[in-house]
Design a protein around this ligand. Structure first.
Ligand SMILES: [Zn+2]
Length: 141
C-alpha cells in the first residue's frame, strides 16, 4: 500500500520541477514516469538473471511512455555488444521507426558503459538516468 506523506516543500519542489522536469526523479510523491521506467528496468534486470545473463536492464523513455526496453543479452545471444542499454536503444529505434531518439531518456539499472553512452549519443538520447536512486548522468558525451 502506498502512503502519501505531507510535503511542506511540495510547492518549492513543483516550481523546480517545472523548470527542470528531469528532476522529477527526486520526487518522493506519486510515482513519476522515471520511477515507472526504473521499475521496468529492474524487472528486466531480474529477467536477465533468470535467463542466465548479466544483471542489467534498460528502457528508453519518451515523455511518459516507454518506447524501448531490454534485458542484457550478452550471454544468451553470445553478443558482447548486447548490453541492456544497446538493446533498449535498438528496440526504441525499431518501435519508433527512426534512428533519431532525441528527447528520449535512457533509464538503466547501472551507469551506461562507454560503448552504450556513445550509442546513446549517436541516437540523440537527451539524458541518461541510472540506478535505484535515479541518478541523473546528464546528456551522453
Ligand atoms: Zn554498455
Amino acid at each position: 500500500m502506498r502512503t502519501r506523506l505531507a510535503r511542506p516543500d511540495l510547492h518549492r519542489r513543483s516550481c523546480l520541477l517545472a523548470a527542470l522536469p528531469w528532476l522529477a526523479a527526486t520526487s518522493a510523491t506519486a510515482a513519476t514516469p522515471l520511477h515507472e521506467a526504473m521499475r521496468r528496468a529492474e524487472a528486466l534486470r531480474e529477467a536477465a538473471v533468470r535467463a542466465g545473463d548479466q544483471a542489467y536492464g534498460a528502457v528508453v523513455l519518451r515523455g511518459a511512455e516507454i518506447v524501448g526496453a531490454a534485458p542484457s543479452r550478452v550471454v544468451t545471444a553470445n553478443d558482447p555488444t548486447a548490453h541492456a542499454e544497446m538493446e533498449a536503444i535498438r528496440d526504441a529505434a525499431r518501435q519508433l521507426r527512426t534512428r533519431d531518439l532525441s528527447g528520449c531518456v535512457l533509464v538503466s539499472t547501472s551507469r551506461p558503459c562507454r560503448m552504450c553512452e556513445a550509442a546513446a549519443g549517436w541516437a540523440g538520447i537527451s539524458r541518461m538516468v541510472h540506478g535505484p536512486s535515479l541518478t541523473d548522468a546528464g546528456a551522453p558525451r
